[in-house]
Design a protein around this ligand. Structure first.
Ligand code: COA
Ligand code: MG
Length: 303
């Protein structure tokens, strides 16, 4: 599987930004038709996005399309027009504000038809954005709704609005919010979503950090998401890509320790717990070390 640490969101109507995104170091580029596109550009954005998908050199990146939410007049034609025109270049569709499994079924069936008609060889996958109270309540049935699902993503701004919580800033989590609430305010919804994703073999993706002039805040926010089990994070500005890629890659010390553990377990032969550098290592630790090692190898970080 290709890496999916950073997902760069690019407004669909801003063709100048599409070039920049194609040349960037983002693992995934998501061309957006939803909230970064003004109402009077919704229709033309479909054409601009399809054209960019087909003509730019994306340098092997995974490509995604975010459609408008299903409670708007735009969503169904977003799928039909853009997928018919450029579906062969799209790896997955992001459905915003998914509120129940029926939303996934609707898009999946629509894709079935378009793919048959256009004879696309590669099925288009789906990411469900969990960003409403209704969506979080239904997250388990959403996660198992269809085999096209690849990931769930947490949309912090819409989720905050949906539950009527006080929004301290546009940056979302990672801010210094201790005055407002002790601990991590978004721990429950994120962990709940991560659990549903992982129980059904899906990736879990974190919301973007809105303040693109605050690298420290971004780093903290990404590190917290990684600690909660997220596999990657949306970014909204090219300056955020490097930090997010780094945070979701194993650090050299982690890779070294994973190798040490795996080597020690090999030398010990079939055994339960052993000591490595004064720390207990057992089969569960070895499985964690293997995950780190595999990810490092996939990213080309091992010698
Ligand atoms: N993708 C590709 N290129 C981007 C980009 C993005 N998301 N955001 C900024 N850039 C480009 C700019 O076009 C600019 O290019 P230039 O140097 O060739 O002129 C460069 O990066 C520097 O941008 P900067 O001037 O710092 O920011 P800005 O004021 O132009 O834009 C935002 C700031 C927030 C409006 C912009 O980053 C943006 O639209 N982000 C995406 C928002 C989005 O997708 N929201 C929905 C998902 S939550
Ligand atoms: Mg949203």
């Amino acid at each position: 599987m290709k890496p999916g640490r950073s997902i760069l969101s690019v407004p669909g109507h801003m063709d100048k930004m599409h070039w920049k995104a194609a040349a960037s170091a983002a693992d995934i580029v998501m061309l957006d038709l939803e909230d970064s596109v003004p109402a009077d550009k919704k229709i033309i954005a479909r054409e601009i996005v399809a054209n960019a998908l087909l003509t730019l050199d994306w340098k092997g990146k995974t490509l995604a399309l975010r459609i408008n939410s299903l409670d708007t007049p735009f969503a169904y034609k977003d799928v039909i027009q853009v997928i018919e025109a450029a579906g062969q270049a799209i790896n997955f569709i992001v459905i915003p504000k998914v509120s129940h499994a029926g939303d996934i079924h609707f898009i999946a069936r629509l894709l079935d038809g378009i793919e048959m008609e256009k004879k696309f060889h590669q099925p288009i996958a789906i990411e469900a954005a969990i960003e409403t109270a209704a969506g979080l309540e239904q997250v388990t049935s959403i996660a198992r709704a269809d085999r096209r699902l690849r990931s769930l993503s947490f949309g912090i701004a819409d989720y905050t609005a949906s539950i009527g919580a006080k929004l301290t800033s546009i940056s979302g989590h990672g801010d210094d919010e201790v005055e407002l609430y002790p601990g991590h305010r978004w721990h429950y919804p994120m962990s709940r979503m991560v659990m549903a994703a992982k129980a059904h073999g899906l990736l879990a993706i974190d919301a973007p950090f809105g303040n693109f002039k605050d690298p420290r805040g971004l780093k903290k926010s990404a590190a917290m998401a990684a600690a909660l089990g997220c596999d990657g994070k949306w970014v909204i500005h090219p300056d955020q890509i490097e930090i997010v890629n780094k945070t979701f890659s194993p650090a050299p010390e982690e890779i070294g320790r994973a190798k040490q553990i795996l080597d020690a377990m090999t030398v010990a032969g079939p055994s339960g717990a052993i000591a490595v550098n004064g720390q207990m290592v057992d089969l569960a630790t070895a499985r964690l070390a293997k995950r780190v090692w595999d990810q490092a190898r996939q990213l080309g970080l091992t010698e």
